[in-house]
Ligand binder design. Structure first.
Ligand code: BEZ
Length: 263
């Protein structure tokens, strides 16, 4: 296959690293909770499906088990290696600059599009990758996602005089924003909704921050990073820590089904 990506990833998301072991320990729930997307996509045996942001391949494997011919892409080489170790056809590529041309019946994307700070480029990539009549079933962080954690991170950076907006790797759009972008590109939006989904974390909030918040820490001198984590944990505790000491993060998903109209 030719290179699936037309360009490289850009900061600040590029500052995030994806260690498959750490991801499996702290983020297995991401793929587990993504399963409703399979039903929304409704893949049929033999269909060609692109998984954008395949990560370590846990959900991609379930997609492949439906009998679809699946290609996964992810910007993280270490995650792509983990996906290939499962026997998947996975490639390193930037979802905002895909080189696929009309070759997929469907696209699935779980918890990846909020890492793409150029949403119109991501939507254009998906449009080009689909054949006419093809569809996208996707879920990403929506407006208000992890709001308590996000506000605490931003507050800490601002306290240190750092430009939090420049360091922020996340894009959590409203329904109206993403609908407008999809329709602007030509998609017919069949469904789009914000779904509050309080999410129990498998461990400490500090572990979650180290797994997902690296781009924020990269903006801070190394000797201040632990204090930043401690302060965020302290600030978020009263809202997110449960009586038994466990953590429930305030996830809000934006889930949609959109179709590239037949010609
Ligand atoms: C999410 O999947 O909603 C998410 C992932 C990384 C950071 C924040 C939120």
């Amino acid at each position: 296959m030719a290179s699936p990506s037309r360009g490289g990833a850009t900061a600040p998301q590029a500052l995030q690293s994806w260690d498959p072991g750490r991801y499996a320990r702290n983020a297995r729930f991401v793929a587990d909770l993504g399963e409703p997307l399979l039903a929304l996509l409704d893949p049929r045996p033999g269909e060609r499906i692109l998984d954008i942001g395949c990560g370590d391949g846990a959900l991609t494997l379930k997609l492949a088990e439906t009998g679809a011919a699946v290609v996964g892409i992810d910007s993280a080489p270490e995650q792509v290696r983990a996906a290939r170790a499962l026997g998947l056809d996975a490639h390193v590529a930037d979802g905002q600059a895909l080189a696929f041309d009309g070759e997929f019946d469907g696209i699935l994307s779980n918890a990846a599009l909020h890492w793409m700070r150029h949403p119109d480029a991501a939507i254009d990539s998906m449009w080009r990758a689909l054949r006419p009549g093809g569809r996208i079933a996707a879920e990403m962080g929506g407006r208000g996602n992890v709001a308590t954690i996000h506000a605490a991170l931003v507050g800490e950076l601002e306290r240190l005089g750092i430009d939090a907006a420049a360091a922020d790797p996340w894009y959590f759009p409203t329904v109206a924003d993403y609908r407008q972008r999809l329709e602007g590109a030509g998609f017919r939006v069949e469904r789009i909704e914000l779904l509050p989904r309080p999410t129990p974390l498998p461990g400490e909030l500090a572990d979650w921050l180290q797994t997902f918040g690296e781009a924020f820490f990269a903006a801070v001198p190394a000797e201040q990073q632990q204090a930043l984590i401690d302060n965020v944990v302290q600030t978020a505790g009263p809202t997110l820590r449960q009586d038994d000491g466990s953590w429930v993060a305030d996830y809000v998903r934006l889930r949609f089904l959109a179709v590239k109209p037949p010609q």
